[in-house]
Design a protein around this ligand. Sequence first.
Ligand code: GLA
Length: 382
Amino acid sequence: MRAQVIKKFMEVFQHEQKTVCFSPGRINLIGEHTDYNEGFVMPAAINLGIYMALAANDLSICRVYSIDFEEEFTFHLEALAPKKGHWATYIMGIISQLQQAGYPVKSFDMVFGGDLPIGAGLSSSAALECAAGFGLSQLFKFDIPKHSLIHYAQKAENLFAGVQCGVMDQFASVMGKKDHVIRLDCRDLSFDYFPLNLEHYQLLLVDTQVKHSLADSAYNSRRFDCAEVVLLAQQNQVGITSLRDLKLKHLDEIVPFIEEEVLGRGIYVIEENERVMEASEALKEGNLIKVGELMYASHLGLSDKYGVSCPELDFLVEFTKPLDAILGSRMMGGGFGGCTINIIRNDFQEEFQRIITSAYDHRFMKSPKFYQVRLEEGTRLI
Ligand code: GLA
């Protein structure tokens, strides 16, 4: 891929690139929809991601070429505006953040492409924002600190793409470490790396090949539900600023004043935060069986209480439950489609792919896709 972006750069722009970087997608072992509730998550950067080549140009416009979309997009640095549903939105979004922070971005040429599936819940948008932010920082020698880069990338998503996402994806893409998951406290961004020793097991993602169009609006509406729980709880408790501050017992007092469905959102988040802490203990003890159990419990909560699963995801998770060679499975990311993440024994991989493809095909008349992922370093020069 690196060679491909370099070659394409020359082909499209007729001069050489100056900077080449890579920004990975992410998995999340456990801790879903907790990041924007100031809770805990456990993501990691993976081997799949976005490769990007850049160089300054002497023109008054920026030119960006996407290998995957086979499309060139040009824009002026003085007139950055979101273009709904278009990949260039993420790039313009981060540039706008850099400009606001006082970094003098100049016009440039850029080519990017990658092996990260788009819309599969592996955070291709975060990878693109982080690649562009980091690439420009390197190219123009801004030396932007990692934490600022994460912040700008998240803001780009919030303000330009209009998704009120939390910080998990951008954090994982930038801070990933080989063979480790990150336990991140999304309240203050303190974090610890935990080695993921899978031994005879591996991580396998199963892609539903479904992307529901309601995902973005449902995402934002879950945030409102969580805010409502917090607002009600604040009437009985002092010092509550987010669901992170609540225990299940605090919810008893608000039961009469809240819809059951909205209450369920709060219960899920409180339980999921606890599961992340339990998972980190289990990882320290090397207890993958426990991690797997927590993953199943996480999925159940996401499906029943948080309402962000879909029949395809539920099917894929249910299918694995009787299989001894799979320790855990759950939906991953925002939901309503995308992938499940599975801990599967190495020697069962091929057979599993065969039997689940046939069952899924039979039920939904389409085939899932599979990605074997490794945990790798975060955003970097290559
Ligand atoms: C998306 C968002 C993240 C996070 C997850 C759900 O990936 O971008 O911030 O909220 O959904 O855990």
